[in-house]
Unconditional design. Structure first.
Length: 367
């Protein structure tokens, strides 16, 4: 194999694929990126961790077609440190690859292309397109609520399902729930309910920053593929059943607080400065048009702040995990947020208004 590629092009492609590669691998080939120079003015770069795979095509001048696999992080670091504008020559033969750019020369060991594992997609019967902006919105407004607890593995991703004329995306860790509803895309009817893993969500979000227009989505009950133009992301889905989250979305919460999310979030942030890991709870005392936020920490002391808000129901007190509350408020784009409350022990509903595509549910804490 022999090819020449611009340093910036190589670096961009490698930055996408190498982030899939785990730093520690018991299987040596999984530390490598596949470089496939097929001879049509482009090179394919591919990396996998056996659950997730990125396949990206970049422009290159191919002098001699061929394929090999190279340590991904080492090649990425080399490309990163080469001078800007350099032309990078790659030539592989007899278990080695030579990398030449100007006066810099490197030689790395390679592993045979035939040993490189590729995720077998099988049939992907559901096919539709989503605007890149819609996919970004779905990810940004839900992923903070994805659980990191490995025991409840079925919560380690975003749940996608079709209901009526909509596509819904939900994530929960048992303490909070985030759900986004968008119009059902053409071709998504009959789609199986799927859970897209956290790592796939993170890699997809990075790639979406460089995509204009639409993303092709193909899926079955066990695999999903995102076609982003130059890059194709394929992932296994989480094999589990997502809980019926609709049961925890409150419908009868009649105490309604309307408040500016920015000043609310800043107030929570300020009083929680003295909170410790153990006492992340911030107390909200609601009175007519006045909300008092307070934190009491046995180690650090106390903090309190009044924030203005529109509230006309019975006065009462409720506590929340300050970080969870700020995560939710950070996703609100408008200048008004509705907080629907019931009592100090019941789930609280947070949304911009009843037309908003996103809604959030937050479980209270004892304070």
């Amino acid at each position: 194999m022999k090819a020449t590629i611009e340093r910036a092009t190589l670096l961009r492609g490698l930055s996408h694929v190498q982030s899939v590669v785990e730093r520690r691998n018991t299987i040596p080939i999984l530390s490598n990126v596949l470089i496939d120079a097929s001879g049509d003015g482009s090179i394919r770069l591919m990396a996998t961790d056996l659950d997730l795979q990125i396949d990206e095509t970049v422009a290159a001048a191919v002098d001699q077609p061929g394929a090999t696999t190279v340590p991904a992080h080492t090649l990425f670091d080399i490309a990163r440190k080469l001078p800007e504008g350099a032309q990078v020559e790659l030539s592989a033969a007899e278990g080695k690859i030579k990398i030449v750019a100007g006066r810099a020369k490197f030689e790395l060991g390679t592993l045979p292309r035939d040993d490189f594992p590729v995720i077998a997609e099988g049939e992907l019967p559901t096919v539709f397109e989503l605007p890149a902006e819609t996919l970004k919105q779905i990810i940004d407004k839900t992923r903070f609520a994805i659980s990191t607890e490995e025991t409840r593995y079925y919560l380690n991703g975003i749940f996608l399902h079709v209901a009526d004329e909509t596509l819904k995306a939900a994530a929960t860790d048992g303490h909070r729930l985030a759900r986004v509803t968008v119009a059902r895309p053409d071709g998504a009817d009959g789609m199986p309910d799927v859970i897209v893993p956290r790592k796939c969500v993170a890699e997809l979000r990075k790639l979406l920053d460089e995509v204009d227009g639409s993303v092709g989505v193909s899926l079955s009950g066990s695999k999903i593929r995102f076609d982003l133009g130059a890059a194709i992301l394929t992932s296994k889905l989480i094999d589990g059943t997502f809980p019926d989250y609709s049961r925890v979305i409150p419908t009868g919460n009649d105490k309604i607080l309307k408040i500016d999310p920015k000043s609310f979030m800043e107030g929570v942030d300020r009083v929680s400065t003295i909170a410790t890991e153990k006492t992340r709870a911030v107390k909200m005392a609601l009175d007519r048009d006045r909300i008092t936020l307070s934190v009491t920490s046995p180690d650090n002391g106390t903090a309190a702040e009044d924030v203005p808000g529109d509230y006309a129901a019975q006065p009462f007190e409720i506590g929340f995990n300050s970080r969870y509350l700020m995560d939710i408020l950070g996703q609100v784009e408008g200048d008004l947020v509705e907080v629907h409350l019931a009592d100090a022990a019941a789930p609280t509903l947070i949304r911009e208004n009843d037309k908003s595509p996103a809604l959030y549910v937050l479980m209270p804490m004892r304070v």
